[in-house]
Ligand binder design. Structure first.
Ligand SMILES: Cc1cc2nc3c(=O)[nH]c(=O)nc-3n(C[C@H](O)[C@H](O)[C@H](O)COP(=O)(O)O)c2cc1C
Ligand code: SF4
Ligand code: SF4
Length: 276
């Protein structure tokens, strides 16, 4: 195995991207970024990567115009080969802002260099602001993503240097402070979740939550305020009974069409077990 691709996903866009990248690069393994434990929060190193790999990639969604908390914590916990070849793909809903610049800094703090950082717009899963758009737009975005993934794969195969892509300046000016302001508030944002009467107590929301933030009490889910805002619970509920704030009852749900509930449940179980 020459390339290791670490990925994080809520609704499957990043998993699909990681799978296609691995296929395009060849001799690659995709590895889920596990749930952070208390050790990671205290800055202990728990992983040594690049063992045997010639290249390491990170594939993850943009969250609130930046790198998701879990990915920040994961990179913080790594011991990195400073001579290694690192690349990243920030999967997003159209506003990557300075996410990849932030990632570059996180790697630099570890003494490592980001050789190439790409952004890929995909259908948005941020349902509090609306659905992913009409079917034809979803198809167009996925098709464009597939083309870009193939280009990225050929650059990574030849260990090429690429750009570190970023959004327009106005995004960086407005949204980088917004990211910093909200970062600490993310775990408590689950206070806006609620369930409507369609909930039948199936427990799937608990199973798709990769950080163990949902507990079934009686027949209803309860959120425990260590949320990562991946939105898996709201997007994968088969009854569409999970809501966030006031507007989500009228918005359609989304997950990547080629990623299954079984995939996400299995990933979430592995991540939860990694936390113990
Ligand atoms: C909490 C949250 C915040 C998000 N913030 C952004 C953002 O700032 N910019 C953007 O383009 N997309 C944003 N999105 C959309 C996701 O980045 C996008 O839909 C991504 O493809 C989801 O990947 P996944 O299916 O692998 O989870 C956000 C999604 C969530 C859940
Ligand atoms: S997945 Fe939906 S229907 Fe099932 S318990 Fe959770 S909220 Fe209720
Ligand atoms: S509670 Fe929902 S949004 Fe929060 S981490 Fe779990 S699945 Fe993701």
């Amino acid at each position: 195995m020459k390339t290791m691709i670490f990925f994080y996903t809520g609704t499957g866009n990043s998993l699909w991207t990681a799978r296609l990248l691995a296929r395009g690069i060849g001799e690659s393994e995709i590895i889920p970024i596990g749930g952070a434990s208390d050790d990671d929060m205290s800055g202990h190193n728990r992983e040594i990567i690049m063992c045997g790999a010639e290249a390491v990639g990170f594939v993850f969604p943009v969250h609130i115009w930046g790198v998701p908390r879990r990915v920040v914590q994961f990179i913080g916990s790594l011991i990195m080969d400073t001579a290694g070849y690192y690349f990243a793909v920030a999967v997003n809903g159209g506003q990557v802002a300075s996410t990849l610049l932030q990632l570059r800094k996180l790697l630099e703090r570890k003494g490592a260099k980001l050789s190439a950082g790409y952004e890929i717009p995909m259908p948005s899963n941020y349902i509090p602001w609306g659905g992913p758009g009409p079917e034809d737009r979803i198809r167009e975005r996925c098709a464009a993503a597939e083309r870009k993934i193939s280009e990225i794969a050929s650059i990574v195969r030849s260990r090429g240097r690429g750009p570190v892509e970023k959004g327009p300046l106005w995004q960086n000016i407005i949204f980088s402070p917004a990211y910093r302001l909200t970062f600490r508030r993310v775990p408590g944002m689950d206070r806006s979740f609620w369930t409507d009467p369609k909930c039948n107590g199936c427990g799937i929301c608990e199973k798709v939550c990769s950080c163990g933030n949902i507990r079934m009490e009686g027949e209803r889910p309860v959120w425990l305020h260590r949320c990562e805002q991946c939105l898996a619970c709201i997007q994968w509920c088969p009854q569409e009974a999970v809501q966030f704030g006031k507007r989500t009852p009228r918005y359609p749900r989304y997950h990547h069409p080629e990623v299954s509930l079984k995939d996400i449940i299995s990933l979430a179980r592995t991540a939860r077990e990694g936390r113990k």
